[in-house]
Design a protein around this ligand. Structure first.
Ligand SMILES: Cc1cc2nc3c(=O)[nH]c(=O)nc-3n(C[C@H](O)[C@H](O)[C@H](O)COP(=O)(O)OP(=O)(O)OC[C@H]3O[C@@H](n4cnc5c(N)ncnc54)[C@H](O)[C@@H]3O)c2cc1C
Length: 382
């Protein structure tokens, strides 16, 4: 089995697969740079259960990394959403306790470390970029071509099952003819801030604010950092301003009350480095892959995580859903490899359909709460 992508979805798929079929040969291809900032830091408290199921080493490592200051705990949410006043949810009321504000790049690396510690050769993780795939006959196999990150040399692997866990790019599925259907054109513009070590920011909540042309959130990160994110549609005029640092800061001070106060009171400065001279921008809308699997043939493929369906960040459910999808798909693939009589397609399709319809319902509910703004951003979502 070859898995393209070693984020939450790919790692969960590999761990679940070898849990159900320890002798399966599984290779993850991943090209992440664990030293680069990765957006998507909030992990809900109930993720602890799925992490422990996938590997008991993961929650142990997470606790240690928190003690070592690599991640932060999250004490709850505070949102000025339907009304200008903050409404709060407290982690203390949550049976699972506090959630996390992760250094995402490091967390994803810790998932890959857990996979590397579980898989036995010839299974493993290859630091390489997937480039192409084709069908091979005699024996019937997928032939997957990659480029090694260190040597830049091409390599070819063969497999009966291929899994697309490459995130929103869905690199593998698109090569196999699948199409990503986008429900909206939401963009996320984000910037990192740092406060002087003498200043103590004691706000460990995720802060959310709606505004005329979109919505904002901010979370505290390790090492006195704070991420600030603005979401709007690519057609909204503010999306042009948000691409430039001064435009982003101007929008921040005019459109937010609580987040801008936090940035000012915490004496935060923008982190401007060689890699990020402007706010970074990424697609953040809802989308799904059509089709997301083909398991009718001898050679099978399936997409998991964002490659299969990507959520609006408002849900904060991207990572936990990717972990759960990976866990399901890994188990189904293991049963298929065992030769178990199993309708792979309906087993996966049923769950994916439920996940998508629950997400769509909740998303509509949350956007309908905002009636205080009349801009196009809100009108198309209500
Ligand atoms: C602005 C924003 C904020 C978000 N905030 C949150 C949040 O707070 N909480 C939350 O739970 N979710 C959040 N999300 C969503 C969350 O980040 C994703 O749902 C989650 O990362 C999906 O995991 P994944 O493994 O499917 O994909 P990814 O995390 O994208 O991982 C894909 C992996 O595949 C690798 N890859 C890609 N292409 C190739 C290739 N060709 N060859 C080899 N490797 C490849 C990449 O390097 C990467 O390691 C947010 C998303 C956005 C856009």
């Amino acid at each position: 089995v070859v898995i393209v992508g070693g984020g939450a979805a790919g790692c969960a798929t590999a761990l679940s697969l070898v849990r159900s079929k320890p002798d399966a040969t599984v290779l993850i291809l991943d090209d992440a740079d664990p030293t680069s900032f990765k957006i998507g830091e909030s992990l809900p408290a109930d993720a602890k259960r799925i992490l422990a199921y996938l590997s008991p080493d993961i929650p142990t490592r997470l606790s240690k990394d928190i003690s070592d200051g690599l991640h932060k705990r999250c004490t709850g949410n505070a949102s000025a959403w339907g009304a200008p006043l903050l409404e709060e949810t407290y982690a203390i009321m949550n049976p699972f306790g506090m959630g996390y504000h992760l250094d995402r790049a490091k967390f994803d690396q810790s998932l890959r470390d857990a996979v590397a510690g579980t898989l036995k050769a010839p299974s493993g993780i290859s630091k390489s970029t997937f480039t192409s795939i084709e069908r091979q006959s005699n024996p019937e196999r997928w032939a997957i071509t990659t480029r090694d990150l260190d040597s830049q040399e091409p390599r070819v692997y063969t497999a009966r099952w291929v899994i697309d866990a490459s995130g929103r790019k869905a690199s593998l599925a698109h090569k196999l003819g699948a199409n990503t259907v986008k429900s909206d054109s939401l963009l996320a513009f984000y910037a990192l801030f740092v406060s002087p070590s003498t200043t103590q920011d004691r706000d460990y909540r995720t802060l959310i604010e709606s505004s005329e042309s979109g919505w904002w959130y901010s979370s505290q990160l390790p090492n006195n950092h704070r991420v600030v994110v603005y979401h709007t549609d690519d057609t909204d005029p503010s999306s042009r301003d948000a691409r430039k640092l001064d435009g982003f800061l101007n929008l921040l001070s005019h459109q937010t009350t609580y987040i801008s106060a936090l940035v000012t009171d915490g004496e935060y400065d923008l982190v401007v480095d060689a890699k990020a001279r402007q706010p970074r921008c990424t697609a953040a809308g809802s989308s799904y892959l059509e089709p997301f699997l083909d398991a009718a043939d001898v050679l099978k493929w399936c997409a998991v995580g964002d490659a299969a369906m990507a959520f609006d960040p408002l849900s904060s459910q991207g990572m936990i859903t990717a972990l759960k999808m990976g866990s399901l798909v890994g188990d189904v693939v293991a049963q298929d490899l065992h030769g178990t009589e199993l309708d792979v397609t309906s087993k996966i399709t049923d769950v994916y359909s439920q996940v998508r319809s629950k997400y769509e319902k909740e998303k509509r509910y949350y956007y309908e709460q905002v009636t205080r703004f009349d801009g196009d951003f809100w009108r198309v979502r209500r």
